[in-house]
Design a protein around this ligand. Structure first.
Ligand code: 5RP
Length: 261
């Protein structure tokens, strides 16, 4: 692996413990003004000090994030659908690699939709993006299993993650499931876990803990942080579970203490 690619990956996944807390705020690319992100800058800025990296779209980066922030960026570069469509899988590449480089990103992110009507198109898009990324030393993060109706079980998630890795993705993002260690074991690149829909803070901390315990390289979490009653306290709690190996109960106690205090 060349220096640039490796250096960017180390900026995303901390080489000290091989873990990351990626803050995901890219939801608007198909969900519009998602709850908690109506005014992105107000929500995102206070969280930046606690995230290892930030996953977002070009438009939000350009308009809402001051260039003085030095946080490593993971740029969402796929899109083309909205929540008004039943089928979210009809995505294409929506940002050129040259523009991603101009924006000084550490990685680009694209979704693949395994088992969907547009499976082939999204895998080929991933492959094309990886070819471009390899040319310039930009890692590609493949997002798997986004969508409404699907069994997010170990068999399906292992299939998605392995296809992403075989295609050449440097990091794979997926969902936590029972027997998650099998997903990680059969995926030769780091796997990070999405938070999914908002659940209680305790449940989200349990998810982060279990994911890391079973081999995830961290989380790429959005709604369970920015929709929390106290997003700053929540990201700190998630961080301590991922990086400091504290239990979800201890992290929750800290969260409550910060919230009350
Ligand atoms: C949507 C995404 C989101 O970044 C991802 O789902 C993570 O956010 P959340 O923790 O809210 O699920 O990739 O396609």
């Amino acid at each position: 692996m060349d220096f640039g690619m490796q250096n960017r990956l180390f900026r995303i996944i901390n080489p000290k413990d091989n873990k990351t807390v990626m803050l995901a705020v890219d939801h608007g690319y198909f969900m519009g003004p998602t709850g908690g992100l109506e005014e992105p800058k107000k929500t995102i800025e206070p969280l930046l000090a606690y995230a290892d990296s930030l996953m977002l779209t070009r438009g939000i980066l350009r308009t809402q994030i001051a260039p003085s922030f030095s946080i490593p960026l993971v740029l969402r570069v796929s899109g083309g659908t909205s929540i008004l469509k039943d089928d979210l899988s009809d995505e294409d590449i929506t940002v050129s690699m040259e523009d991603a480089i101009r924006l000084n990103v550490c990685a680009v992110a694209i979704s693949i939709f395994i088992g969907s009507d547009h499976e082939r198109q999204t895998i080929v898009n991933l492959a094309k993006l990886i070819d471009k990324g390899n040319k310039y030393g930009i890692p590609v993060l493949a997002v798997t299993a986004v969508g409404r109706e699907m069994a997010r079980d170990v068999r399906y998630l292992s299939l998605c993650c392995r296809i992403a890795a075989e295609t050449g993705a440097s990091i794979v993002k997926t969902y936590y499931c029972e027997d998650f260690e099998k997903v990680v074991k059969t995926c030769p690149v780091p796997v990070v876990v999405a938070g999914g829909k908002k659940v209680s803070e305790k449940e989200a901390l349990n998810l982060a803990y279990n994911a890391v315990k079973h081999g995830a390289s961290g989380v790429d979490m959005g709604r369970n942080i920015f929709q929390s009653v106290n997003p700053v306290a929540m990201i700190k709690a998630v961080k301590s579970v991922v990086h400091d190996d504290i239990t979800p109960d201890e992290a929750y106690d800290k969260f409550i203490a910060k919230f009350i205090g």
